[in-house]
Design a protein around this ligand. Structure first.
Ligand SMILES: Cc1cc2nc3c(=O)[nH]c(=O)nc-3n(C[C@H](O)[C@H](O)[C@H](O)COP(=O)(O)OP(=O)(O)OC[C@H]3O[C@@H](n4cnc5c(N)ncnc54)[C@H](O)[C@@H]3O)c2cc1C
Length: 392
């Protein structure tokens, strides 16, 4: 199978030499040839092949100097919107959205969290009301929306029925970020830059044809997004060299004057932890090959956040005053979203958010306890109460 795929890539490269073809034309052609994400169906950028074969495709393309779709810039589209559209979208929706999402022509963001609904996401208050012309009007406020300032589309969850318990009255939409009712205001974070935003939705119009899944089933649809999000975030630590542990080890090798026996012990412990996480991630990916990620992805994300914070803290300590060097991080420079390519001080501060974004570590522990290990659930007194009767 892998030799067949390799042959297919070589034929594609012969017909589209990277040095001669415009970047966007190359990416569009790659999608149309089914080499974008091989596990997606034919016609939607894939070949219906095992997911693991994508690594073979990517290696062949990279060796030929082919352009990539700048995955860091479009992570929410690739990691969260795409699997949700694939699972719940109609054929028309899939054909409209997936190709420009994958090529990076259209950036996506995620309008989930609200000022009063983060960990308790199902309590969300953004309201969507359907009129008789089949158009929803959406009013509310979202917060911590990464990339809202560059996004063309958003995945959005909103309350469509306040009279039923909170998980049941939610629907899932795709929101056009160019609608005049969408206002995006930057939020500055601990690093000084503003990767994320507040988003105010005032009379935003969404055609019913831009709904994903049935009315009232938004919570179920959102689980697909959230499970994929944890895998997307948690997978970042995996490579040995080139990953975070590799960067730390590189500094260690290059700067013998910084070493102490105590730091050596700690580095070895971090190496072991990183290796355990890498192998666990590999196992998760094998499970993924058989279908959608389940709650098990929470473990990978939890481990990633802990390790990223430990490693970035270790780096700053190792580099001493050099690690505290400060650059101007206040600009919105999309090319700088490369976490691994930034300074140690930046990485240390940015990693603080790793245990919050995509579900806090406390919430992930609850998910693992209840849905993976089958331990007794947290008492939840509000789950059968109509949302409109909850005190907020
Ligand atoms: C860098 C970054 C990027 C983000 N990007 C996006 C985005 O693009 N789109 C989006 O929708 N959201 C985004 N978020 C928001 C993120 O999903 C929320 O911040 C997160 O879910 C926590 O919600 P909260 O901030 O409201 O905290 P809260 O829910 O108020 O939690 C506060 C504290 O209480 C703890 N806590 C709450 N409930 C429980 C419980 N039941 N048991 C134990 N402890 C509990 C939490 O763990 C936390 O420590 C982003 C966040 C960050 C940091």
């Amino acid at each position: 199978m892998s030799s067949e795929i390799r042959e297919r890539v070589r034929e594609f490269l012969a017909a589209h030499p990277p040095a001669e073809v415009d970047r966007l034309d190359f990416l569009r052609a790659q999608f149309d040839a089914g080499l974008a994400w091989v596990h997606f169906p034919v016609g939607l950028g894939g070949l219906g092949a095992p997911r693991a074969l994508q690594a073979v495709v990517d290696a062949e393309l990279a060796a030929a100097g082919a352009p990539d779709n700048d995955p860091r810039r479009i992570g929410i589209g690739l990691g969260m919107a795409a699997p949700t559209i694939l699972r719940y979208g109609t054929a028309e929706q899939q054909h409209r959205w997936l190709r420009p999402l994958w090529t990076g022509e259209e950036v996506w963001c995620q309008l989930f969290s609200e000022p009063g609904a983060g960990s308790d996401l199902a309590a969300l208050a953004t309201r969507a009301v359907l009129d008789e012309d089949g158009v929803w009007t959406v009013d509310g406020q979202k917060v911590w929306t990464s990339s809202a300032h560059t996004a063309r589309w958003a995945i959005l969850i909103a309350r469509t029925d306040p009279s039923v318990p909170k998980h049941q009255g939610i629907s899932y939409f795709v929101c056009d970020m160019t609608d005049p009712g969408v206002e995006v205001r930057p939020l500055r974070q601990i690093t000084g830059e503003a990767e994320f935003n507040e988003v105010f939705l005032t009379g935003v119009r969404i055609p019913d044809t831009d709904r994903l899944g049935a009315v009232g089933e938004g919570w179920r649809v959102a689980q697909t997004t959230l499970n994929n999000e944890r895998v997307a975030i948690g997978g970042q630590a995996t490579p040995r060299e080139g990953g975070l542990i590799g960067i730390v080890a590189e500094t260690w090798r290059a700067r013998p004057e910084l070493r102490t026996a105590e730091l050596h012990q700690r580095l070895l412990q971090h190496w072991v932890d990183a290796e355990v996480l890498r192998l666990t991630g590999e196992r998760l990916r094998q499970q993924l090959a058989a279908g959608q990620p389940g709650p098990e992805g929470a473990g990978g994300k939890l481990g990633f956040a802990r390790l990223a914070q430990q490693l970035t803290g270790f780096e700053v300590e190792l580099l001493a005053e050099e690690g505290l060097g400060y650059d101007d991080w206040t600009l919105r420079r999309p090319e700088l979203v490369d976490f691994n390519g930034r300074e140690a001080g930046y990485r240390y501060l940015r990693a603080k958010g790793n245990s919050i974004e995509g579900g806090t570590s406390e919430i992930l522990r609850n998910i693992i306890a209840e849905r993976v290990l089958g331990l007794p659930p947290e008492p939840r007194t509000d789950k059968d109460v109509p949302w409109k009767e909850l005190s907020r």
